[in-house]
Design a protein around this ligand. Structure first.
Ligand SMILES: [Zn+2]
Length: 160
């Protein structure tokens, strides 16, 4: 099954979920960005670098070393999910975690606080900041629970 042709322009960032649906936990295992100029997909090696690109995407679209051969192809051998550009970088000390639901219906975003506490809503984050004055300078607006949208055409066929 071939994936939808081009997603560029609308949502130029993509993330890949795991290849094998039976391997748990199904989390994002590769971060990729599409070049604005040559349309090649590029694997971004760290989530920090990826978040940096994603947060600036709207003002400064990503451009690669276009002469280099592509290091990943956009096709249905992997499950892909489109991320929203503009989501801010995860505040220092916190980890943003994305988990793909068993049935591939959606991806859930949560944050893990420096203490290890899992935070699933903005309200939980607000309470955490209030209870932990060390993080009083962390802004609530730096957090986003907007999760990448799974591209249906790339969901493995044996998933119910
Ligand atoms: Zn390029």
């Amino acid at each position: 099954m071939a994936p939808r042709k081009s997603t560029r322009g609308k949502a130029p960032m993509e993330q890949l979920a795991t290849k094998n649906p039976r391997v748990a936990p199904r989390s994002i295992n590769k971060y990729t960005v599409q070049c604005e100029k040559c349309s090649k997909w590029r694997v971004i090696s760290t989530v920090e670098e990826y978040e940096e690109i994603r947060c600036k995407m709207e003002e400064s679209p990503y451009v690669c070393a276009c002469d280099d051969p592509a290091n990943i192809e956009y096709n249905a051998t992997r499950t892909w999910a489109i991320d929203r550009p503009g989501i801010l970088k995860t505040p220092e000390g916190f980890t943003r975690s994305l988990e793909v639901r068993r049935d591939f219906s959606r991806i859930d975003a949560k944050y893990i606080a420096p203490t290890g506490k899992k935070l699933r809503t903005l309200n939980e984050i607000a309470v955490f900041i209030e209870e932990n004055p060390t993080y009083k300078d962390v802004k609530l607006s730096d957090f986003s629970f907007t999760s990448p949208k799974i591209i249906e055409d790339t969901i493995p066929e044996d998933v119910n």
